[in-house]
Design a protein around this ligand. Structure first.
Ligand code: ADP
Ligand code: TRP
Length: 333
């Protein structure tokens, strides 16, 4: 059976981008594949989060995974720091990664622009830790959004380099995956690019947002003065609203507003009202479940413990192989 692995950082609450870029695929894959899904709390350390806040955020992401429909009886659900084998593989893989390629990585370049006061080694080697997450379970498929494509390419490079360096066929080459065949990028509401956990107020719709918050956020989304010529090209802000609509509304609703845009009779206020209500319809049942799970510490602890045990078993098998291949186990034999 093919193995699947993916993770989300514990840097806040999950939003529609996380759902449609990643979690939606997790839910389908758990029925047909051996799946490992985790909360990436080690990855969150690069921005020096408050320890209490970080621990809280781990619970939130775990509760939100389950509320979205990830079934801990089908998929292995765990917290990254509960599986120390990942950190050891990260150490071992660091010698497969070159400074030049790490410095060229787009996410590193973006992060150092944003956090120029905190350019730590964890940021630079972020793709190596991510490769360790994936390779520790020798995963084949990695369901992620479009922004992770380059990290997957780097993971494949490290895997191939390892196999080649030691003359083995040990690591498979993991592929980024989305059921649609195309990796997804969900836009934010501020017209500035992707929806993200920390892109500023109003950019993201969180799965835990209440109805009024959702209405307000959608209402405040950027638009323009409207098309003046039939069938004109949509501006980025308007295209973004249609992209969101395609995710949560029915095809006939999307067509209705598209036709109205094309014959210049569209009223963005109406479109936003419709979009807001359709997002609410989608988010509401998930939000109710989040509330149930978030406050159930005992259940979350049990799920994380059980998940860590299963993940460590698979991780240990890989790590034993890697240690053997690299000449780290035969020293005293
Ligand atoms: P964020 O970027 O909000 O901090 P993460 O970096 O933890 O979230 O991302 C977790 C997963 O969600 C990754 O697979 C990532 O590709 C996906 N993801 C995040 N934002 C988006 C988005 N706007 N569109 C599509 N996928 C996204
Ligand atoms: N780097 C991913 C992000 O920022 C999160 C992540 C960490 C991940 N390790 C992973 C995703 C392994 C897939 C597989 O979104």
């Amino acid at each position: 059976m093919e193995r699947v692995l993916s993770g989300i950082r514990s840097t806040g609450q999950l939003h529609l981008g996380n759902y449609f870029g990643a979690v939606k695929n997790f839910i389908e894959l758990q029925n047909t594949h051996e799946c490992y899904f985790f909360v990436a709390n080690l990855h969150a350390l690069t921005t020096h989060p408050d320890p209490k806040q970080l621990a809280k955020s781990v619970k939130t992401v775990l509760a939100e995974y389950i509320a979205c429909g990830i079934d801990p009886n089908k998929a292995t659900l765990f917290v990254q720091s509960d599986v120390p084998e990942i950190s050891e593989l990260y150490t071992l893989l660091n010698s497969m990664a070159y400074k030049g390629e790490l410095e060229k990585c787009t996410s590193f370049k973006e992060k150092i622009k944003k956090h120029h006061e905190n350019i730590n080694a964890g940021l630079l080697t972020y793709p190596v830790l991510m490769a360790a997450d994936i390779l520790i379970h020798r995963a084949h498929k990695v369901p992620v959004g479009k922004d992770q494509e380059q990290h997957l390419e780097m993971t494949r490079n490290f895997a191939v380099r390892f196999n080649h360096r030691y003359g083995v066929d040990f690591f498979p080459e993991p592929q980024a995956f989305d059921f649609s065949g195309k990796l997804v990028k969900v836009p934010g509401l501020d017209g500035s690019g992707k929806m993200g956990k920390s892109e500023g107020a109003g950019n993201a719709i969180f799965l835990s947002d209440d109805d009024e918050t959702i209405r307000d956020k959608v209402k405040a989304a950027k638009t323009n003065s409207g098309p003046t010529e039939p069938n004109s090209i949509k501006s980025i802000e308007i295209e973004n609203l249609f992209t969101l609509m395609k995710l949560v509304s029915t095809p006939d609703v999307v067509k209705f507003y598209d036709d109205k845009y094309n014959d210049c009779t569209i009223r963005y206020g109406d479109l936003k009202k419709q979009l807001g209500e359709d997002i609410i319809k989608f988010v509401q049942p998930i939000r109710e479940k989040i509330v149930d799970f978030e406050n159930n510490d005992a259940l979350l602890a049990e799920i994380a413990q059980h998940g860590a045990e299963k993940a460590r078993k698979s991780a240990k098998a890989t790590l034993d192989g890697v240690r053997e291949i690299m000449g780290l186990t035969s020293i005293w034999q």
